[in-house]
Design a protein around this ligand. Structure first.
Ligand SMILES: *Cc1c(COP(=O)(O)O)cnc(C)c1O
Length: 234
């Protein structure tokens, strides 16, 4: 009895959330040139299909063990992005289908992506993650390391991987000035590198900070909880 009651509470919380409506409202609000990646981690197939049925096709996950089964089960015209930190030994599970990898932070990882993409005769687009947050827990590399990767002969000889932009995550804080400084530093790095290296995507902004990210020059936002509601875990 007790457990049944608990489950009912959780479900009714979700039933109050209109996924399609939330998604449409965010799309209305975003400038035309800003791409929306709907972050579907921890969400059920049914929840994802509610978003899909509005016509949306770009979804992102942060774990390979969730991404691959969803790719297998859901419609094939979904463009799947991998937005989370990626270990080299996991690349092989998504090389067949992933359309953009957001958080690449080493030449070694690019080498592995290149190797796995070759097996499927694909070119996988990637973003390099710059560390802009002060938190130790956040991943990413410096602008100098990014430039070194892009200028390396090793990268320039890779035929199955293309760096098409940069990605970053701001510090989790209420301090808007700090977030703004961090986004501006990423935008500046992007402007510095984009012409020489043909970068076109600047992925920054999540549910809590995407309006500020867009104001600071983002052209790709990654939004989960503002569409689906708060996550139960992660
Ligand atoms: C979970 C996640 C998001 C989305 O977070 P929300 O706060 O739910 O919008 C964006 N980017 C990455 C890398 C994530 O892991």
């Amino acid at each position: 009895m007790y457990f049944i009651e608990m489950e009912k509470n959780i479900n009714s919380r979700y039933m109050d959330i209109d996924i399609a409506k939330n998604l449409e409202a965010i799309k209305q609000e975003l400038p035309e040139e800003v791409e929306l990646v709907v972050i579907s981690k921890t969400r059920s197939h049914e929840e994802i299909m509610e978003a899909y049925n509005t016509g949306h096709r770009i979804f992102g996950e942060n774990k390979v063990q969730e991404l691959t089964p969803k790719w297998e089960a859901l419609p094939r015209d979904i463009e799947w992005h991998m937005v989370g930190h990626l270990q080299r030994n996991k690349v092989k599970y998504m090389a067949e289908f992933v359309s953009l990898i957001h958080a690449v932070d080493s030449l070694k990882l690019l080498r592995e992506i290149n190797k796995q993409a070759k097996k499927f005769d694909r070119v996988i687009n990637c973003l390099l993650q710059m560390k802009i947050a002060q938190e130790e827990s956040k991943y990413g590399i410096t602008i100098d390391e990014i430039a070194a990767i892009l200028n390396s002969e090793d990268y320039q000889n890779m035929k199955h991987v293309r760096v098409v932009g940069l990605m970053g995550m701001a510090t989790f804080t209420e301090d808007q000035d700090q977030i703004k400084r961090e986004f501006n530093s990423l935008h500046q790095a992007f402007n510095q590198l984009k012409d020489e290296h043909e970068l076109r995507i600047l992925s920054m902004g999540m549910s809590g900070d995407y309006p500020l990210a867009v104001a600071c020059g983002s052209n790709m936002v990654r939004i989960g909880s503002s569409i689906f509601g708060p996550r139960q875990y992660q």
